[in-house]
Design a protein around this ligand. Structure first.
Ligand SMILES: [Zn+2]
Length: 65
């Protein structure tokens, strides 16, 4: 069983589309990964919806929710 899923997201800093690997086991967690283009730290928030599909949202490190 493969848990990694590729997803295309837009960098909240430079707007470039970058490919990230989602790890299902990270669902419910936040983690930071540097943008492959501008090297700024993107905060990823990984969750699962009711159907069990992975949802990813991204924000800048300076955003406060
Ligand atoms: Zn970027």
């Amino acid at each position: 069983m493969e848990f990694l899923e590729e997803r295309l997201i837009d960098c909240p800093y430079c707007g470039e589309a970058i490919t990230v690997l989602l790890d299902e086991q990270e669902a419910g967690h936040e983690y930071t990964e540097d943008c492959q283009v501008c090297c700024k730290p993107i905060v990823f928030n990984l969750s699962t919806d009711v159907a069990g599909s992975l949802c990813i949202s991204v924000r800048t490190e300076n955003d406060t929710y």
